[in-house]
Design a protein around this ligand. Structure first.
Ligand code: NAD
Length: 505
């Protein structure tokens, strides 16, 4: 019998009352492991009301005390790393090592948020005019919402919630309905760490919940991560309703391999970055662009050799390179793209279709696939597959290679492999992509820098985590104050000579 999950509101696990449920699968077996309640508009409304009431006290708590709650939270999550990673892996299908990475990258942003007292400091100008000082302060927005994807069920909620909470907001999280158990546990750990009840809430659900959040005036900002069509919809709807929004979408990340690159190093990096986590990463490298025929032929051979050694296993297999996809729809999507690629004339060099893991025939597994001689008009080049498929799009020279990611509609991540500093600098300066790796396949920025794609990979003008996140989750108030000399003396008759600051002679 599948376990029935809950929401987390006002510091408690609350059973769903809408009567609607979604299935949460164990992707290793294909069985339904849990039922997740899909909230109604009334349930969302009640959660926002609780959050709004709790936010007032939280905003009045000084930033150092708020930071201490986050410090305690770090300790609690670190203490539960093994069980959280096992839970995450069992719903998502990524390996335990990848699940730990998912949690760890979330905690690194929480570590950064401990600097909230410093990050929230305003600016001050003394004597901007006679008796006039000007200062600014950063104040929380109120209640804010996070809508997050299935592929990083710990990291992305923490990237959103960490800065929002540290800045004094209350947070309503709508995690992916595919793997909601880790966010629910994180909510309990926030409470245990000392976060007042109602400041962090989890409302499970689908489009109905998202629309209720978008249409509610009490939600002041929306942080979204997911696919591009939904990112655009949420950005436009939030903006129409007067909310601040930052919405990050899909990707098609290219890796340029220059003729002077260390090809073994590049092939190792490509295999890890294309097939790791079954390709279900927004920063996965899905297009390899070798420059020149010789590079292309050599790289292709090295890739084939390495793909042959990849081990696909259940998510708890410590020797597996990657596990199953999150759902059967993912396997079907991958198969559909491979069929299309073949029809469109690409060369299918390694065919992962029809892969079955012994003893887990009903699990959501897909084998690793490799296409060569892919051109820009093909759907497997233009669209995000989000599975273990790498395509090779050959380029004759550096300019032709640069043009590919430059003209692609997505602009999340990109990498170049070269031994030449001039080429690397030229590439870094000219490419119109948000996150660039130089001999680094997955250039996810460290927590104190910021993360964000360009073009149709990101809607909104501020990035995730780092100082941008504190700008996003606060509004600036600027105060101009005038205290003319003699004001008090005129009112009270008391001499104010002692207030006069002696000037330096
Ligand atoms: P998704 O867009 O299907 O879902 C994301 C969230 O939106 C979920 O919470 C879901 O419930 C909600 N949602 C889905 N359909 C909706 C609708 N019609 N109206 C309103 N809300 C809706 O994405 P996913 O499959 O969970 O995640 C994979 C996608 O996320 C990939 O495209 C990947 O590239 C992207 N992603 C991007 C980044 C980034 O930082 N750019 C990071 C991780 C994942």
């Amino acid at each position: 019998m599948a376990q029935e999950l809950t929401h987390f509101v006002a510091g408690k696990r609350l059973p769903g009352t809408s009567g609607r449920f979604g299935d949460v699968y164990n992707p290793n077996t294909g069985e339904v492991a849990a039922k997740v309640p899909l909230a109604s508009v009334a349930e969302v409304d009640a959660a926002i009301a609780d959050a709004e009431a709790a936010q007032i006290g939280w905003a009045a708590t000084n930033p150092q005390k708020r930071a201490r709650v986050l410090m305690k939270f770090l300790e609690l999550v670190a203490g539960e790393m093994d069980s959280l990673a096992a839970l995450l892996s069992s719903e998502h299908g990524k390996t335990i090592a990848d699940a730990k990475g998912d949690i760890q990258r979330g905690l690194e942003v929480i570590e950064f948020c401990i600097a909230a007292p410093h990050l929230l400091k305003g600016e001050f100008t003394d004597s901007a005019g006679t008796g006039i000082d000007v200062y600014s302060m950063r104040q929380p927005l109120g209640v804010v919402a996070g809508i997050t994807p299935f592929n990083f069920p710990a990291m992305i909620p923490l990237w959103k919630a960490g800065p929002a909470l540290a800045a004094g907001n209350a947070f309503v999280l709508k995690p992916s309905e595919r793997d909601p158990s880790v966010p629910l546990r994180l909510a309990e750990l926030f409470l245990e760490a000392g976060l007042p009840a109602g400041v962090f809430n989890v409302i499970n659900g689908d489009k109905e919940v998202v629309d209720a959040l978008l249409n509610d005036d009490r939600i002041k900002a929306v942080g979204f991560v997911g696919s591009t069509p939904i990112a655009q919809y949420i950005y436009e709807t939030a903006a129409k309703n007067g909310k601040r929004a930052q919405c990050f979408g899909g990707a098609k990340n290219h890796a340029i391999i220059m003729p002077d690159a260390d090809l073994d190093d590049a092939a190792d990096a490509l295999v890890g970055a294309a097939y790791g986590s079954a390709g279900e990463r927004c920063m996965a490298l899905s297009v390899a662009v070798p420059v020149g025929e010789k590079t292309a032929e050599a790289l292709r051979e090295k890739l084939i050799e390495r793909i042959g050694k990849l081990r696909i296993g259940t998510s708890d297999d410590p020797n597996a390179d990657f596990g199953p996809l999150v759902g059967r729809d993912g396997v079907e999507r991958v198969d559909r793209y491979i069929n299309q690629g073949v029809e469109e004339g690409a060369e299918l060099v390694v065919d992962g279709r029809g892969f079955a893991l012994d003893g887990h025939e009903d699990g959501f597994f897909a084998g690793a696939s490799l296409f060569d001689k892919v051109t820009t008009d093909m759907s497997i080049y233009r669209e995000e597959i989000f599975g273990p498929v790498l395509v090779i799009a050959r380029a004759d020279d550096y300019e032709a290679a640069l043009k590919l990611p430059h003209e692609h509609e997505y602009g999340n991540g990109v990498a170049i492999f070269t031994r030449d500093g001039d080429t690397a600098r030229n590439f870094v300066n000219r490419i119109n992509v948000g996150m660039v790796g130089v001999n680094v396949p997955i250039p996810v920025p460290i927590a104190y820098h910021t993360f964000g794609g360009w073009k149709r990979s990101g809607f909104g003008d501020l990035n995730q985590h780092g100082p941008d996140a504190f700008r996003f989750y606060t509004k600036t108030k600027t105060v101009t104050q005038r205290w003319p000399a003699g004001l008090r003396e005129a009112a009270t008759g008391e001499a104010t000579d002692h207030f006069v600051i002696p000037t330096m002679s």
